[in-house]
Design a protein. Structure first.
Length: 307
C-alpha cells in the first residue's frame, strides 16, 4: 500500500482527500515508478474540476492528482522499450495514474531517463513547464532579435518560456502581477505590471510597431486584450485557451514524446531551462502546494517531494 492524494469527485478543493492504494500494476506501455518528486501545475486543478476530460484513463474515483513526476522504475509493463528496472526517469502520467503518490505509473513513450548531473527535482519540472516552453517557441520560430510578449510570465511555464527566449536572443517583454516582477526581471525580462500599468499602452511604448510573437499563459479577457499587439495574429500562441483560433492565433502544439523530454533535459543541464523552484512541499502538505498554484499566488515552480 502507498499513500496518495487526490479527489473523490469532480469539483473544487472540498473533494480532495488523502487515501491509501495498492501499488498500481503497469499496463501495456507503462512503467511503475517510486515517485521522488512530483511537479504541481494549473492543469492539476483543472483536471480535478472536470474541465479537461480525456486525461483520466477511465480510472475510478478516487483519482490521484498530478501529471508529471521523477522517480525510479520499479516494474515494466508489456511492450516497454528503452527503459529498465532501476532507471531514474521523469515523465507524464498520461493514463490517469496521477503523481501525488508514493508510487505511480507513467506512460513509457512519454518517459525518459534522467541524465547524469540532473537532479530529480529539476527533472520533475520538465514534462509540463519545460517542454511546453520548447514547443511554444519552436512553433513561433522567431529569429534572433525578434520581440516576444509573454502574457503571464511569472509562473513556472512563463519563466521557462522567458529563459528559453532569452537564450535564443529574443527581446522579451512579460506581463504579470506585482509579486512576479522580481523573478522575471532577474532573468532579463522587461516587465509590465498589469495591476499598476495599462498593459496595452505600456507594451506599445516598448514595441511601437507590434510584437513578432506572443505566448499567452493567461487566456480569457487577458488574451483578447494582448492579441491585437501581435503584428501577425498567427503568431499568437496560447498554452491554455483553446479559443485562440477565433482571434487568428494558434493553440500550442504539444510534443510529449521521449525525444522532446530528452531535449528538455539537455537544455536543463545546460542551464537554459533552469527552473525557478520557489516552494518544495512534502506529500503531507500537498493541499497547500496545489492551493498556492490554484490561487495564482506563486512565482516560479512548486514541487512536492515525495520520497
Amino acid at each position: 500500500m502507498g499513500r496518495a492524494w487526490g479527489f473523490g469527485r469532480y469539483g473544487g478543493p472540498e473533494g480532495q482527500e488523502f487515501f491509501d492504494r495498492p501499488d498500481p500494476v503497469p499496463g501495456r506501455g507503462e512503467v511503475l515508478i517510486r515517485v521522488e518528486v512530483a511537479g504541481v501545475n494549473p492543469l492539476d486543478h483543472l483536471l480535478r474540476s472536470g474541465l479537461v476530460p480525456g486525461l483520466d484513463g477511465g480510472r475510478p474515483f478516487p483519482r490521484v492528482l498530478g501529471m508529471e513526476a521523477a522517480g525510479t522504475v520499479l516494474a515494466l509493463g508489456e511492450d516497454v522499450d528503452g527503459l529498465e528496472v532501476g532507471d531514474a526517469v521523469f515523465g507524464f502520467a498520461l493514463t490517469g495514474g496521477g503523481t501525488y503518490a508514493e508510487t505511480t505509473v507513467l506512460s513509457a513513450p512519454n518517459t525518459a531517463r534522467i541524465p547524469t548531473g540532473l537532479s530529480a527535482t529539476v527533472a520533475a519540472t520538465l514534462p509540463v513547464a519545460g517542454s511546453t516552453a520548447v514547443d511554444a517557441l519552436d512553433q513561433l520560430g522567431l529569429p534572433a532579435g525578434a520581440t516576444v510578449l509573454i502574457n503571464g510570465v511569472g509562473g513556472g511555464v512563463g519563466l521557462a518560456v522567458a529563459r528559453l527566449a532569452i537564450e535564443r536572443e529574443l527581446r522579451v517583454i512579460g506581463t504579470g502581477s506585482t509579486a512576479k516582477r522580481e523573478h522575471a526581471e532577474a532573468i532579463g525580462v522587461r516587465f509590465i505590471d498589469y495591476a499598476a500599468e495599462d498593459v496595452v499602452a505600456a507594451a506599445r511604448e516598448l514595441v511601437a510597431d507590434g510584437f513578432d510573437g506572443i505566448v499567452d499563459l493567461v487566456g480569457g479577457t487577458s488574451l483578447r486584450t494582448v492579441a491585437p499587439l501581435a503584428r501577425d495574429p498567427r503568431n499568437v500562441i496560447a498554452v491554455g485557451d483553446k479559443s485562440v483560433p477565433d482571434l487568428g492565433g494558434r493553440f500550442v502544439e504539444r510534443r510529449l514524446d521521449r525525444e522532446n523530454l530528452e531535449r528538455s533535459a539537455r537544455l536543463a543541464l545546460d542551464g537554459v531551462l533552469a527552473p525557478m523552484i520557489t516552494a518544495v512541499h512534502p506529500l503531507s502538505d500537498a493541499p497547500a502546494a496545489l492551493a498556492t498554484v490554484e490561487n495564482g499566488h506563486t512565482s516560479g515552480k512548486v514541487v512536492i517531494k515525495v520520497a
